[in-house]
Design a protein around this ligand. Structure first.
Ligand SMILES: O=C(O)CCC(=O)C(=O)O
Length: 270
């Protein structure tokens, strides 16, 4: 396992080429300390108040998660959901020139949408009761015309192997991977030797507060548990090109999207 050292500061052609080849890129310090603090403070307040909608570790049954909500740590939160509806701090960042400049460059078009049906969350990884996430592609339960979305993952604190940072397999977003290489829940099977060979090429994306990891919806990624005693928080949003709409009547089409050009909500009413 390597550590991510391939970093870029502006969306120049080398950075775009690297993203196209590897399926991810880390942009150091894209979010200022102030922006990070706004989102972090908002997230901490919502965690303290247990403000719904929340996803709990116990509901997912991932490795290391409490067995159920009554078990010790059973109320541990995994994600603050629908953050764009919680606090304007999130939309200010998700629709900022800094983020949109990268998204437009990586998607190769000025005409983009902020998807609210997926991610749109603060991922939280708590000491003791957090789970590990197996190898998967985000597109597995998403339905769009093309598998060509970009996620923006902003570190609101330090992310390391010890607290469960993201690991990504470079180039996996462009690989043709047969369905037999995935289990019933569409996780990439680590028990298969040909999969293991790929997993061994994974990069650990260690991040500092304000660093942003952009990754493709087809990139295979995983993350470990938080083995430290400090919780980890990351704000995550997804974007698509305007000509890559969600398939009608799917989960991906169920929530209105934002058009950054007018910042209006488009799509079905909720
Ligand atoms: O932080 C993690 O466990 C990874 C989360 C993730 O990959 C996901 O929710 O798609």
């Amino acid at each position: 396992m390597n550590a991510a050292t391939d970093r870029a500061v502006v969306p120049g052609s080398a950075a775009i080429e690297r993203f196209s080849r590897t399926g991810f890129i880390v942009v150091p310090g894209l979010a200022s300390a102030k922006v990070v603090a706004f989102m972090r403070e908002s997230a901490e307040a919502d965690l303290a108040a247990m403000r719904e909608p929340l996803e709990r570790e116990a509901d997912l049954n991932y490795p290391g998660a409490p067995a159920n909500r009554q078990a010790p740590g059973g109320e541990t939160i995994r994600r603050l959901l629908r953050v764009l509806d919680r606090d304007p701090a999130y939309a200010r960042w998700a629709l900022s020139d800094a983020v949109l400049g990268w998204i437009r460059a990586l998607l190769g078009t000025p005409d983009i949408r902020l998807v609210q049906a997926h991610h749109n969350c603060v991922m939280t990884k708590h000491p003791r009761f957090s789970s590990a996430t197996h190898w998967h592609q985000d597109i597995r339960y998403w339905s769009f015309r093309r598998n060509d979305l970009v996620n923006c993952w902003t570190a609101l604190g330090h992310e390391t192997r010890e607290n469960g940072c993201m690991q990504i397999i470079p180039g996996s977003h462009r690989m043709k991977l047969s369905p037999e290489r995935f289990d019933r829940e569409k996780f990439f099977r680590p028990d298969l030797p040909e999969n293991r060979e790929l997993i061994d090429t994974a990069i650990s994306c260690t991040l500092a507060p304000g660093d942003v990891l952009f990754f493709h919806s087809g990139a295979l990624h995983a993350a470990g548990r938080n083995e430290t005693d400090v919780r980890k928080l990351s704000a995550v949003f997804s974007y698509r090109a305007a000509d890559n709409p969600p398939e009608p009547c799917t989960r991906s089409a169920a929530v209105a999207e934002m058009d950054p050009a007018g910042q209006t909500r488009i799509g079905p009413k909720e």
